[in-house]
Ligand binder design. Structure first.
Ligand SMILES: O=C(O)CCC(=O)C(=O)O
Ligand SMILES: [Fe+2]
Length: 181
């Protein structure tokens, strides 16, 4: 957990530099970060999935950045490229996948995209399980998140103007666990 935090903090400094900011720009937004390390275990699919059922439905991650380990050679993770092209993200041994989360997207006025991703079902003959371990690097609960000057929201983005990080994450979590309509 410490190593993941150190890595994420390094990535955040790189993000700040890439945005033309001082590298410590995000420090006071993450000095009481509420990050989590999660293990996703996907059971072997012995029965045929229901129509439209995925191993993991399409979503964006809620927070700042995600550092994702996925089990070597398991496959299944896909990211949305453009409007409707899903692209496989193969596991490269010894590497992590880094996702931009909703709050980082908001900081950049939508110029950096909060990656829509999903996990598709294996072939019917493939009854292996799958493991992934994301580290969700989440800002302080009370961090105010809004587009960084001079990054006004890009006109084609449907992003809120400003959010409190904790409120945003609570709202997204509630939606995630809400019964299907
Ligand atoms: O299992 C994966 O590769 C992705 C997991 C994921 O997207 C998540 O936990 O938010
Ligand atoms: Fe995710």
């Amino acid at each position: 957990m410490t190593a993941l935090h150190v890595l994420s903090a390094d990535l955040l400094r790189l993000c700040a530099r890439a945005l033309g900011l001082n590298e410590d720009h995000f420090d006071d937004k993450f000095d009481r970060h509420v990050s989590s390390l999660v293990a996703n275990y996907y059971y072997p699919q012995m029965d045929e999935p229901l129509p439209g059922q995925l191993r993991r439905g399409a979503h964006t991650d809620f927070g700042g950045l995600t550092v994702l380990y996925q089990q070597d050679n398991a496959g299944g993770l896909q990211v949305l490229q453009g409007e409707n092209a899903w692209r496989d993200v193969r596991a490269i041994p010894g590497s992590f996948v880094i996702n931009i989360g909703d709050l980082m997207a908001l900081w950049t006025g939508g110029r950096w995209v909060s990656t829509m991703h999903r996990v598709v079902n294996p072939d019917r003959a493939d009854t292996s399980s799958r493991l992934s371990i994301p580290f969700f690097f989440q800002p302080n609960h009370d961090a105010v998140v809004e587009p960084l000057p001079p990054l006004a929201p890009a006109p084609d983005q449907q992003l809120p103007e400003t959010v409190i990080a904790g409120e945003w994450m609570a709202m997204k979590t509630q939606k995630l666990f809400a019964p299907a309509q």
